[in-house]
Ligand binder design. Sequence first.
Ligand SMILES: Cc1cc2nc3c(=O)[nH]c(=O)nc-3n(C[C@H](O)[C@H](O)[C@H](O)COP(=O)(O)O)c2cc1C
Length: 287
Amino acid sequence: MLHQAAPPKPPKGKLIFAPGHPVSDASHGLQRDQPPRAAQFSHSKLRRSDLSPDPFVQFHSWFSDPLLQAAVPETVNLSTASLPNGRVSSRIVYLKELDARGFVIYSNFGTSRKSRDIATNKNASLCFWWKPVERQVRVEGVVERVSAEESQLYFDTRARGSRIGAWASQQTSVLEPRSSTTATTQQKADGDPKAAAEAGQEVAEDEDEDDGRAALEARVREVEARFEGQEHIPVPPFWGGLRIIPETIEFWQGRESRLHDRFLYTRIGGDLGQGGEAKWKIERLSP
Ligand SMILES: Cc1cc2nc3c(=O)[nH]c(=O)nc-3n(C[C@H](O)[C@H](O)[C@H](O)COP(=O)(O)O)c2cc1C
């Protein structure tokens, strides 16, 4: 009989070490006494002959895979970096449009970290991970702001609350807790929370509980009052679309034993979406 190794103990000082899943064996089910193993990728393969010469067509074909319908395939990591210090920042956003020039996301361009980064450095990257099909797509390129007219078209599709929210939020700026010396506090201390509420200020059960959220909610009320009875809400001047115009796009298909299939498209000429046709070189990369 084969001696089965006990699962290894994490080395001292590591909270996480080689996370994985119990090894599964087709004939015996899960082998719970085996060391865990990281997942294997076996869904599919990718050959050069599978690829469209146009990476946008290829992206659209992968994005539209029926297996991704429930997986929110538009969820994507966006990385930017500020200059001159070179610090990189990443966050999840939603891809909202793909057009002949590039990949469009919508965001705040007044106060967010991404807007500060982009002000000094136009390079950005997107990284999609589509688990049900074991695929990754990486896009690298330069960014441009989408026009206010185009941004308005998308803005109009958003729920009213999200349009109000875009106006109300100075994205990523610090929300200070309400000061304990405000009138509200005083009125509350005087035992008159109703008067405080009538003065237009939300009264927290315990003043110490405000962690800054009250300032955001007050701002939302202000914006709601400003646009009350108004169906059309203009897109805020500090908000809109950002188009990532790709220089490279990589298509990655997970394979067994980490021997993945990877193809890199690099733009070698032509224009994107300006009458001319872009030309792309395609190379297979080592996993
Ligand atoms: C699933 C998901 C989708 C998101 N979509 C967007 C988006 O489309 N636009 C956006 O500005 N922020 C979006 N966010 C919030 C961002 O991750 C981030 O908090 C925000 O953009 C501020 O980031 P920044 O200050 O680094 O620019 C999303 C977050 C999650 C988790």
